[in-house]
Design a protein around this ligand. Structure first.
Ligand SMILES: [Fe+2]
Length: 244
């Protein structure tokens, strides 16, 4: 019985991974909804089940469906997601494509950096880079919390690196993603009210505080290490993102 349960767990994990391998590029012209690697209630108490269910199955699905409708028969139909974001941002006529492609990319990065086993502190070269930039992990968290509180209206706050591997905290309004500025997104916090209002009402700072308990730093470290920061070059990460 134990072997059967372990096999079923492995099968579920493998299936979710296989399905998510298809989110980075459109399949037959259609982007797929991210398959969450955890249940809707898995991130409680930081994020409640109802919030997760609505956020994933309504908000993200809405962005995916709208994006698919918008790109049919256009030059975007065969492009990787981040390339759609960058190109549509530079074209004033394609703001609907930019808004929805940006939100699909943003949410795919957001949901996959969270885990019920998250929390703690980053390790390795990411931890060193954070210490070098802000002095300590706690100082970094405070700066990130401040930026989240100060962002006016809906948007995202990101930990990013530039082409030399230096870290920054940046704000993006609405569905913006730092790839449009040539920056690599490492950790993104959704501060649209749909991400927290059911659980925290207007207390955005409490939501961001709670997120530190569910950040999967191994994912963020992997994104940073993929930038090739040891070689002082983010090109490989930009190429990796071009697959999303
Ligand atoms: Fe969201």
């Amino acid at each position: 019985m134990i072997c059967l349960m372990l096999w079923l767990l492995l099968l579920c994990a493998t299936t979710a991974q296989a399905e998510n391998d298809n989110i980075e590029v459109a399949q037959d012209g259609l982007f797929q909804l991210l398959v969450l690697p955890y249940d809707y209630d898995a991130l409680e108490p930081a994020i409640g089940r109802k919030t997760m269910q609505l956020h994933h199955s309504k908000h993200l699905k809405g962005y995916v469906d709208k994006l698919n409708r918008l790109i049919v028969g256009t030059r975007y139909a065969s492009m990787p997601l981040s390339r759609i974001v960058v190109l549509s941002d530079s074209t004033v006529y394609d703001q609907s494509v930019f808004n929805n492609a940006g939100q699909v990319l943003n949410h795919n990065l957001y949901f996959t950096q969270l885990s019920p086993d998250g929390g703690g502190e980053p390790q390795g070269i990411l931890a060193d880079a954070i210490d070098n930039k802000w002095g300590s992990f706690n100082a970094f968290k405070q700066a990130f919390n401040n930026s989240s509180a100060e962002l006016f209206g809906a948007g995202w706050v990101w930990l990013v690196c530039d082409h030399e591997g230096e870290l920054y905290i940046v704000q993006e309004p609405n569905g913006g993603n730092p790839v449009t500025r040539g920056l690599v997104p490492l950790l993104g916090v959704d501060v649209w009210e749909h991400a927290y209002y059911l659980d925290y009402q207007n207390r955005r700072s409490d939501y961001v505080d709670a997120l530190w308990d569910i950040v999967d730093w191994s994912v963020v470290e992997e994104r940073y290490e993929a930038t090739g920061v040891i070689e002082n070059n983010c090109q490989s990460a930009i190429e990796m993102l071009s697959e999303m």
